[in-house]
Write a protein that binds this ligand. Structure first.
Ligand code: 13P
Length: 249
């Protein structure tokens, strides 16, 4: 994946109609650039609209926000990695803080989702990050290492080398409080050291994205910080012009 990586996580926003309108504006503002990767994670029901809109733009990659870890079966409301792959997804977000903290998902579930994604040919983007209380208690590094170790535990190191990690401190998500570039760099370096212990020199191939209140004003500074290989953006990715300006930063 070409770095920097700019990833839009729309969360539960933009239905098919808004997604189509968004893409029309975005495509008019963003011509293909070979020196970066741009990823979209729409809601499942807007996925086909986005896939259709970017059919001619193979530089833009599409992923789903979540999968179930089982291949198929009686899991009402869920989609498997194979279903997501069949619909055209290339990537999947795993372990987003809202899945962990709003829906009560465990580290073990993230491990199973990463494994299931890889088996179906999806690239997992494993999201990790500490709560404010954990940070204030001096546990930020221990928490992200625990989430990483657990989330990657079922994967072959060869598969880990193909995936992406997103460091999203929970206290910075949707709060307007961004980690400083120094904070982000320091935590990304912790992640990189952990990956290096697992993968040796192949750890360098894993992009580590920062997420949490990224906007037009701070994107360029964050992306320039050492060890920050990309951005995972929520709120500021919902406006097509704003997002295109972040992607061009
Ligand atoms: P915000 O950019 O809205 O803070 O959300 C970040 C995020 O959770 C991206 O996955």
């Amino acid at each position: 994946m070409q770095r920097p990586v700019f990833a839009a996580n729309w969360k539960m926003n933009h239905g098919p109609t808004e997604a189509k309108a968004f893409m029309r504006t975005f495509l008019a503002h963003y011509a293909r650039r070979p020196d970066r990767s741009v990823l979209f994670f729409p809601s499942d029901l807007a996925f086909a609209a986005v896939a259709d809109a970017i059919r001619e733009r193979q530089d833009l990659l599409l992923g789903v926000q979540n999968i179930h870890w089982e291949d198929k079966g009686a899991f009402t409301g869920e989609s498997s990695a194979a279903i997501a792959r069949d619909a055209g997804a290339r990537l999947v977000l795993v372990g987003h803080s809202e899945r962990r903290h709003v829906f009560g998902e465990t580290d073990e579930m993230q491990a199973r989702k990463c494994h299931s994604g890889v088996r179906a040919g999806l690239t997992p983007v494993l999201c990790i990050g500490e709560l404010l209380a954990e940070r204030e208690a001096g546990q930020a590094e221990a928490v992200v290492i625990r989430q990483l170790t657990a989330g990657l535990s079922l994967l072959d190191p060869r598969d880990v080398a193909q995936m992406l990690i997103a460091y999203e401190p929970v206290w910075a998500i949707g709060t307007g409080k961004t980690a400083t570039p120094e904070d982000a760099s320091r935590m990304h370096a912790v992640v990189r050291r952990h990956l290096t212990a697992m993968l040796a020199e192949k750890a360098a191939s894993v992009p580590i994205l920062y997420g949490g209140s990224v906007n037009r004003g701070n994107a360029a500074t964050l992306i320039a910080a050492p060890e920050v290989d990309g951005l995972l953006v929520g709120g500021a990715s919902l406006d097509a012009e704003g997002w295109s300006s972040i992607v061009r930063s």
